[in-house]
Design a protein around this ligand. Structure first.
Ligand code: T3D
Length: 264
């Protein structure tokens, strides 16, 4: 499949998607969002893809919505239908990422602003280059954080930090983001792509069916109560624990050898 605004490559079980409009810091045009969604949807249904690595080309990860592609146009007397754009471009992608039954590693190579920040944070393991910055840039143009940020961010860093960061729209350096728990790792700029690829390869060789269930259970637990969560865990264990990978994992332990997982 060839795309215009993203680069997609596969190395063994890892599908790498790179946002590719570097002159605009990978601003999210309608075309890019369409391509991104198509690539993610394809990855979800392709058993040869066992982990996704999302990153950006050039000095930015993404500067958020493309403010020059014509989707935000102020015409007197004509309200802008933001909901329609959010519903068609952003919500399906963020939902797809959260529900993806395989891990998504995000390598934030530079600025992640606005909806670009929301998309980065919709990943499962978010690593950033030391020089990267996260910006809830929305208020700088008098918008509110969207594409899932008001849901994701307070869950990761708490209400107080979320509100101050979102209201000021200040840059958040990668190291502070890691300190606050917004992301997991900060890596020297020249090591980011190698380290993210190594983690993605490691996850791709693991019991990916178990990873899918872990992701679903962790997300379900955040707002839920203990009793239904225990029932969800038991149901998932019945499923994952009866997989070929589980049988292989136990056999490998007993036979004192490394397990070879296939995702089945
Ligand atoms: O309907 C809907 O779509 C609603 C959804 C909204 C979701 C959102 O994401 S709203 C937020 C939209 N994004 C922004 O407001 C950010 C705009 N960009 C900036 O504030 C700055 O570019 C940054 C702080 C991100 C980075 O600053 P800096 O100084 O490092 O770079 P720069 O020089 O401003 O940008 C480099 C180039 O990228 C520049 O083009 P040029 O002058 O070299 O030809 C700039 O215009 C372009 N660029 C940056 N951001 C965008 C963009 N082009 C289009 N859209 C952008 N968002």
């Amino acid at each position: 499949m060839s795309y215009e605004q993203i680069l997609v490559t596969q190395d063994q079980g890892v599908l790498k998607i790179a946002l590719n409009q570097p002159k605009k810091l990978n601003a999210l045009s309608g075309k890019m969002m369409e391509e991104l969604r198509e690539a993610m949807q394809g990855a979800a249904g392709d058993p040869s893809v066992r982990c996704i690595l999302l990153t950006g080309e050039g000095r930015g990860f993404s500067a958020g919505a493309d403010l020059t592609d014509g989707s935000i146009q102020f015409v007197p007397g004509q309200p802008i239908d933001y909901s329609a754009t959010l519903d068609s471009r952003y919500h399906p992608l963020v939902t797809l990422m959260r529900e993806m039954p395989k891990p998504i590693v995000v390598a934030v190579n530079g600025i992640a602003a606005g909806a670009g920040c929301s998309i980065a944070l919709a990943g499962d393991v978010v690593m950033a280059a030391r020089s990267a910055k996260f910006i809830q840039v929305f208020v700088r143009i008098s918008l509110i954080p969207d594409a899932g940020s008001t849901w994701t961010v307070p869950r990761l860093i708490g209400r107080a930090r979320a509100l101050k960061w979102m209201m000021t729209g200040d840059d958040l350096p990668a190291e502070t983001a890691a300190e606050w728990g917004l992301i997991t790792d900060v890596v020297d700029d020249d090591r980011l792509q190698d380290e993210a690829a190594a983690l993605a390869q490691r996850l791709a060789q693991g019991p990916t069916r178990a990873y899918g269930a872990i992701k679903h259970l962790v997300d379900a637990s955040i707002d839920g109560e203990l009793a239904p969560q225990l029932a969800r865990e038991a149901k998932a264990q019945d499923d994952v624990g009866n997989s070929k990978d589980a049988m292989e994992g136990v056999m490998a332990f007993v036979q004192k050898r490394a397990a070879k997982f296939t995702g089945e």
